[in-house]
Write a protein that binds this ligand. Structure first.
Ligand code: XMP
Length: 321
């Protein structure tokens, strides 16, 4: 009979055996898998683990704090944050094609992460790389969502394909629900353990058009409001995720107070799903939709229209890009 406590105990023993007196690196994405994998390894080898968190500037409001403050407070982990916001914005300038944007973000991410690895290797005997690979990833061996043939996927778990490291994969035998239980057992905050899926390329693929600092700020503000209202309505566990998408190249006429506005629409894309392979649009309560719409148009000056995506997957994918 495997209890969560015995899974933790068993994995900690295995990690200790594998790593011995060596040192390990773990890339954190802000998501649950990498966080739980890191927390397990931290429990096993303490400060011989160093976590690397790349801020690519495509994160949602509060996500960097969640890692830097809450995850560190819960685990005591050594954390290196690489602030690569400028670099990603520069690399993305002038590109609006979804696949091009995905490839640029993936490429830059690998470069930044590899530089962080080299820096650490210069400081100590870092021979191990921790990855949050889950059992379904192992079985499908094509990545968690099965859509990699449609979109070029990027996530921290798939990086980098580096032969100079021995991989440590403490979640290899676990399903997502078990990973969440292990996370709670290890004392990780609910906000991390129950975080909804968020794509590796982040807000970069939720701005339809070129990614700029101004557009990111608009989308971040709208997204924070939608998430706040969904959480306040107690809907977080009922929906799989709710991307908020900025139609940055589209403008429409509106009226606010006495004035004409010419702003951008944002799209709400609430979906219900078991595994992201198929999805249905979530019938959110009208009063929740109304609060989100009113607040976004009142509080985010550049947005004068909120629209709802009522497409299932297929034919629509969950993300717009
Ligand atoms: P789509 O848009 O293909 O998304 O229906 C299916 C699920 O995958 C997430 N997604 C990603 N996750 N890296 C990730 O780690 C990616 O590049 C990526 N692209 C999409 C998406 O949020 C949804 O949950």
């Amino acid at each position: 009979q495997w209890t969560t406590a015995s899974i933790v105990e068993d994995q900690v023993a295995r990690i200790r055996q594998q790593i011995g007196a060596g040192r390990a690196i773990c890339g954190l994405s802000g998501g649950v898998d990498s966080a739980v994998a890191a927390a397990l390894v931290q429990r096993a080898i303490g400060d011989r683990l160093t976590c690397v968190f790349v801020d690519h500037g495509l994160l949602r409001a509060g996500e960097r704090t969640q890692v830097e403050r809450d995850f560190v407070a819960a685990t005591g982990v050594n954390l290196v944050t690489v602030d690569a916001r400028e670099r990603f914005l520069d690399a993305l300038a002038g590109f609006s094609d979804p696949e091009e944007k995905r490839k640029i973000i993936g490429r830059e991410f690998i470069r930044v992460f590899e530089q962080a690895e080299r820096d650490l290797k210069a400081q100590g005997d870092y021979r191990f790389l921790v990855q949050g690979t889950l059992y379904p990833d192992v079985v499908e061996s094509g990545g968690g969502t099965g859509t990699s043939n449609i979109k070029s996927h990027h996530n921290v778990g798939g990086l980098p394909d580096d032969l100079q490291f021995e991989l440590v994969e403490p979640l290899r035998l676990l399903f997502k629900d078990e990973v969440r239980r292990v996370g709670l057992e290890l004392g990780l905050p609910e906000t991390i353990v129950h975080r909804q899926p968020f794509p590796g390329p982040g807000l970069g693929i939720r701005i339809i058009g070129e990614v700029t600092a101004d557009r990111l700020e608009i989308l971040r503000a709208a997204d924070a409001i939608a998430r706040e209202e969904l959480t306040a309505a107690g809907l977080d566990r009922d929906i799989w995720q709710c991307p908020v998408v900025l139609l940055a190249d589209v403008r429409s006429v509106g009226v606010q107070g006495d004035g004409r506005t010419y702003g951008h629409p944002v799209v709400l894309r609430p979906v219900s799903s078991e595994d992201a392979m198929t999805a249905d649009w979530t019938r959110l309560p009208y009063d929740v939709l109304e609060r989100i719409s009113t607040r976004i148009t009142n509080e985010v000056a550049e947005v004068n229209r909120v629209v709802l995506d009522v497409t299932s997957k297929p034919p629509g994918t969950i993300e717009w890009e």
